[in-house]
Design a protein around this ligand. Structure first.
Ligand SMILES: Nc1ncnc2c1ncn2[C@@H]1O[C@H](COP(=O)(O)OP(=O)(O)OP(=O)(O)O)[C@@H](O)[C@H]1O
Ligand SMILES: O=P(O)(O)OC[C@H]1O[C@H](OP(=O)(O)OP(=O)(O)O)[C@H](O)[C@@H]1O
Ligand SMILES: O=C(O)c1cccnc1
Length: 489
């Protein structure tokens, strides 16, 4: 077994979480109930939406969450924790309730993606890992969706493992890219682990190893049935493509000549010339694969130029979410148990309005018009409100409240589903990656194109219920009055 095999993720947390657990434990507050919610404030890549991903790994993390003897020994050796606290950690078991959007769900800024309800100790310990997982996977799935949007029905392969931020990112990034719209990954372990379809061609090194295209392609054809030849090692049009055609003709039915790949040069020019050469040779079904630092902007441009590419290989730009390093989802306390044992909304106000949180334990509803099935917007309410009981729903912008509408004849779908109830996994029928991918596509199909365009998308409405809005405004006023009273003293 590898020295780095992971047997516990309990310490995959920031030290301050365990420090706070200790404070809660010592002050008798460790069991006080609280609700935290995960949300982001701004769409990644200036996109109009994001694709939620990460739940599968969160489930695995929570299911296996406990401190091993090794973990406790490490804390004992490095921290000034009393033995009683170490014993408490050694006995620790997650007892909380987690509600979450399902993977593949289209999601938006300023709405809860996930909600963790439980003791302060439970809620605090899991913050870091949950954000770590959800921030990365949601970012990659969203980037993948952007790439898919410009590719139409072309095939899209993820080639990023070698450029990913280490092994975990390559593995879970491949899964997130598949959920968001890619067709396959080159990462064989992601295929084995998750069932993501795998695909692969060959590298320039193999052509160099045989010292010419013809011998290399011939050798590959003699050892594989499905053949995509990489034609840009020496001279794409004078050597690579003619030799690919020569081998395809020589091998005939012995191989399945899928096509050729180009990985350098002017993709539009080359692909047009290659298409012509393949067609003239009678290989009208052979495809052209392009790769070389592609992203959604370059692909869109290449398509506008009329590039004759059927299949795209995208590596660095997808697996690193190149133009945005992190999603920035946060984990905020929104309700806490009072002395009488009931949960009270709580909020944090900030001098920057977007950092002011919305108090209360919530639910998010996707409001769809029955006439065309399209989504009118998302409606964030207290968890005890149920718009399905109403005949009409008043939706207003949470800042510019004069921007409003009344929606009738609608369907409201709750997006936060119970995954763990009091520590027990109740969402035990998790779908496979293919079903998640289909779900994501169906979720995107509910959106008007205006919200999905790559450049300057229309802002999708994420509105607060009247009660939630009133609670928020009331809380802001109460906090300000209190601060003023103290300042006036
Ligand atoms: N017709 C095109 N229009 C716009 N961008 C293109 C076009 N063809 C290729 N590109 C992109 O331009 C970038 C650089 O291409 P370039 O031809 O310089 O790569 P290269 O030949 O592989 O060079 P290098 O060997 O330095 O990697 C790549 O991201 C590639 O995808
Ligand atoms: O360009 P990306 O989108 O990141 O896609 C991955 C890249 O990895 C390979 O190149 P590399 O030079 O690593 O190996 P090679 O010798 O096979 O070309 C491949 O040919 C792609 O260009
Ligand atoms: O299969 C390929 O062509 C491939 C895989 C990884 C990186 N670049 C290319």
């Amino acid at each position: 077994m590898s020295k780095y095999e992971v047997d516990s993720l309990a310490l995959h947390t920031d030290l301050y979480e365990i420090n706070m657990m200790k404070t809660y434990w010592q002050s008798g507050k460790a069991d006080q109930q609280a609700v935290f919610e995960v949300y982001f404030r701004k769409h990644p890549f200036d996109n109009g939406y994001a694709i939620f991903a990460g739940l599968e790994r969160v489930i695995d993390y929570i299911t296996n969450l406990s401190f091993t003897a090794d973990d406790i020994a490490y804390l004992q050796a490095t921290q000034d924790y009393p033995q009683e606290f170490l014993d408490y950690l050694a006995d620790y078991q997650f007892q909380g309730t987690i509600r979450s959007m399902l993977e593949g769900e289209v999601c938006f800024a300023n709405e809860p993606l996930m909600q963790i309800e439980g003791s302060l100790a439970d809620c605090q310990l899991v913050e870091t890992a949950i954000l770590n997982i959800v921030n990365f996977q949601t970012l990659i799935a969203t980037k993948a969706s952007r790439v898919r949007n410009v590719c139409g029905d072309d095939t899209l392969a993820e080639f990023g493992a070698r450029r990913a931020q280490e092994l975990d990112a390559a593995l879970w990034g491949a899964r997130a890219a598949y959920i968001g719209g890619f067709d396959s990954t080159s990462n064989v372990r992601a295929g084995k682990q998750f069932g993501v379809p795998i695909s692969g061609t060959h590298a320039h090194a193999m052509v160099q190893a045989f010292q010419n295209d013809y011998t290399a392609f011939k050798a590959y054809a003699q050892s594989h049935r499905d053949c995509v030849f990489l034609v840009d090692t020496y001279d794409t049009l004078k050597s690579g493509v003619p030799n690919a055609i020569r081998v395809a003709k020589e091998m005939g039915d012995q191989i399945n000549f899928i096509g050729v790949r180009i990985d350098s040069g002017d993709i539009t020019y080359l692909s047009k010339r290659i298409r012509h050469m393949l067609d003239e040779a009678g290989f009208t079904d052979a495809i052209i694969v392009a790769s070389n630092d592609l992203d959604e902007k370059t692909i869109l441009n290449l398509k506008m130029q009329g590039a004759k590419v059927d299949s795209w290989g995208v590596g660095t730009q997808i697996i690193t979410a190149f133009d945005q390093a992190a999603l920035g989802a946060v984990y905020k306390l929104c309700a806490i148990e009072d002395e009488s044992g009931s949960l009270q909304p709580t909020m944090k106000i900030s001098s920057s309005p977007e950092k002011t949180t919305t108090p209360g334990k919530k639910q998010v509803w996707r409001i769809m018009r029955n006439s065309d099935g399209k989504s009118e917007g998302d409606y964030v309410s207290f968890d005890y409100e149920d718009p399905r009981q109403e005949n009409s729903i008043f939706m207003f912008h949470p800042t510019y409240t004069y921007v409003n509408k009344t929606v009738e004849d609608f369907t409201a779908r709750p997006l936060l589903q119970t995954i763990f109830a009091n520590g027990k996994l109740v969402y035990d029928q998790a779908p496979d990656v293919h079903a998640i991918k289909r779900y994501s596509k169906a979720s995107l199909d509910l959106l008007w194109d205006e919200y999905k365009r790559m450049l300057n998308p229309e802002p999708y409405p994420v509105d607060l219920s009247q009660s939630l809005y009133d609670e928020k405004m009331g809380s802001i006023k109460a906090i300000k009055d209190q601060v003023k009273k103290i300042a006036d003293k």
